[in-house]
Unconditional design. Structure first.
Length: 146
């Protein structure tokens, strides 16, 4: 048995006012849940992209992401490995929508003109750190603006 109730304490995650990081794709990241909060099999961040901004296309090497749109509208383009990017259409997203970014897929996203695109991003396994997201040359939405 544990001798101290400290072993049972897991700190609550809290959204920071300022971004904690800028993702390799150019979006703002705010950490919500990670190993500091006791998560061992996943992580959770908030992602914000300002109006009319378009991210750089990337692919993840080991993680899968699930997104849940909180605010704003936008587009997401997701391309499976070994697929001609020009053949893959973009998907419109708005509050209440959920999408998956499978491991190894190239993706790019854009915020609509009326406000920032804001979504929760659940990652499994937990985000491993720098080097996970690899920039790629071709995206399906055009030239990045961030």
């Amino acid at each position: 048995m544990a001798s101290s109730h400290e072993n049972y304490f897991l700190p609550v995650g809290r959204r920071s006012i300022e971004p904690d990081a800028i993702a390799p794709d150019g979006s703002e990241i705010r950490f919500l849940i990670n190993a500091d909060n006791g998560a061992t099999k996943s992580s959770l961040v908030e992602v914000v992209l300002e109006p009319d901004q378009l991210t750089r296309p990337v692919r993840h090497q080991t993680v899968e992401e699930t997104w849940y749109v909180l605010n704003g509208t936008g587009k997401i383009w997701r391309c499976p490995p070994n697929t001609e990017p020009a053949l893959v259409p973009a998907t419109n997203v708005s509050p209440g929508d959920s999408v998956v970014i499978p491991t190894g897929w190239i993706f790019q996203f854009q915020a609509g003109p009326k406000g920032p695109l804001q979504f929760l991003c659940y990652t499994t396994p937990p985000w491993p750190g720098d080097g996970e997201a690899v920039l790629v040359e071709v995206g399906g939405l055009g030239e990045a603006t961030v």
